[in-house]
Design a protein around this ligand. Structure first.
Ligand SMILES: [Zn+2]
Length: 280
């Protein structure tokens, strides 16, 4: 029986051929594309084995600069401290395809999502029996521990389970958009969903149509997934912060902005706090 740390001991293998470009890196392009960014946890988008750092690196400094002074210290800390691990574990997983790598990768994302939900999940959506954020912390904690234990039962389905969390996030976004008149917010959500659709299509096609991609000698859709989901998270983060400011800091009006400016073809979205007035 192979060690749980040994190469290719994971239940999951992606379409890209193993050890084709390097004797020590199992999936070269999947590993390298993960390094274009490194995992964003809070990004909370249910991204098995591959959230990327890219949005975090760009977004966290921008958003925290703008929000400095009025932001809840604990939240800021969690948004800065959490992100690093999933990206590193995901690179390690693609490099080795080891059982430990797979679980570290998936569980780091699961726990990052749990932290993000605990801090940012709007109180209005709490289940009836939850009376405070402290109770919600407990609910998230217990759910996460149970999910962690269950993840060892059939590791091959973990990635699918994690991806399903994205549907809950999309549902929440949709509910928030119904209450919001700001067209910039709707546009940003549309761009986020577009990147997510492209990302999940790449992920699924890598899983299900691998034979076809190998036949045409292009088995690289999982590395596209890494980049595309990072782009989707880049837009999700400001949206989450936008809705959160509306709930938690009603004295301020958040405004979605783009750095360096709206008209550039490549932009980084962020939140600026404007004159005190509630819009959405
Ligand atoms: Zn991956």
């Amino acid at each position: 029986m192979p060690s749980i740390f040994s190469y290719q001991s994971a239940e999951v293998d992606w379409c890209e051929g193993n050890f084709e470009r390097s004797p020590v890196i199992a999936e070269y392009y999947n590993t390298v594309s993960q390094g274009t960014g490194w995992g964003h946890p809070a990004a909370a988008s249910g991204t098995p084995d591959g959230t990327t750092f890219f949005p975090l690196l760009l977004l966290t400094p921008l958003n925290s600069l703008v929000l400095e002074g009025c932001w809840d210290g604990e939240r800021l800390l969690s948004s800065r401290a959490g992100p690093i691990t999933p990206g590193i574990f995901s690179m390690y997983f693609h490099m080795t395809l080891s059982y430990v790598g797979q679980l570290l990768d998936e569980l780091s994302i699961l726990w990052s999502l749990a932290v993000a939900y605990s801090f940012w999940y709007p109180k209005v959506y709490f289940p009836r029996f939850i009376k405070s954020r402290k109770h919600f912390f407990w609910l998230s904690g217990v759910t996460t521990i149970i999910s962690t234990l269950m993840s060892f039962i059939k590791p091959a389905i973990n990635a699918y389970a994690l991806n399903c969390i994205a549907f809950h996030l999309l549902y929440l976004t949709w509910r928030e958009l119904k209450k919001c008149q700001d067209r910039r917010v709707h546009r940003m959500a549309a761009v986020m969903v577009m990147w997510w659709v492209l990302a999940i299509s790449s992920w699924i096609s890598d899983r299900w149509l691998c034979g076809l991609w190998q036949a045409i000698n292009f088995p690289y859709f999982h590395s596209f997934w890494h980049v595309l989901i990072a782009l989707s998270l880049l837009y999700l983060c400001p949206l989450v912060i936008y809705f959160d400011v509306n709930y938690e800091m009603p004295a301020f009006r958040p405004k979605l902005s783009y750095w360096p400016s709206d008209s550039w073809p490549v932009v980084v979205p962020y939140i600026a706090l404007e004159e005190p007035h509630k819009q959405c």
